[in-house]
Ligand binder design. Sequence first.
Ligand code: PRP
Ligand code: MN
Ligand code: MG
Length: 182
Amino acid sequence: MEALHPDVSEVILSEEDIKSIVSRMGAEITRDYKDKNPLLVTVLKGAVIFTADIMRAIDCPVAVDFMAVSSYGDGVKSSGVVRILKDLDAKIEGRDVLIVEDILDSGITLSYLIKMLESRNPKSVKVAAFLVKDVEGKKPAVHPEYVGTHVPDAFIVGYGLDYAERYRNLPYIGVLKPEVYS
Ligand code: PRP
Ligand code: MN
Ligand code: MG
């Protein structure tokens, strides 16, 4: 095992944990989307690593396209405003769309995206979220059809998740030490 990054206090999901979650999700998606040729919509940038893994765990024809949106910028709290930095290339009318996200936190990003994509008349819009953050006393605004696992209410990084664009390349999910961002 590689050494823990000095800015990380604990590992929440190891590479092994991630692998087994991804293959379970891939099997679920394969079962539901056989014969549907879905369009996977990656939400850049955070979902880039999860997308690369999950698409290889899906055993049926899929296409992939990319949207770039940002609501956190360099902070640790959502700005509350979702900015579209890049729209899809593909037309999604009549297609089965599966949004691929790294994490559902406040739900602002996904609620916004679902609404926006649904307005383009796809056949269906569903969500595969690798992580769902559990915040005490808060009901999630979105219920993804496919969930990797739930994580506690801490600022986590790695496997695509950043703080100020750093740490996306960590191969595990870890808790960022508070002194790094405060
Ligand atoms: C992060 C993360 C999700 C979103 C989740 O993206 O990748 O897309 O926030 O938070 P929410 O449920 O509170 O909206 P971010 O805005 O940091 O952009 P990034 O993917 O480029 O890092
Ligand atoms: Mn994101
Ligand atoms: Mg981010």
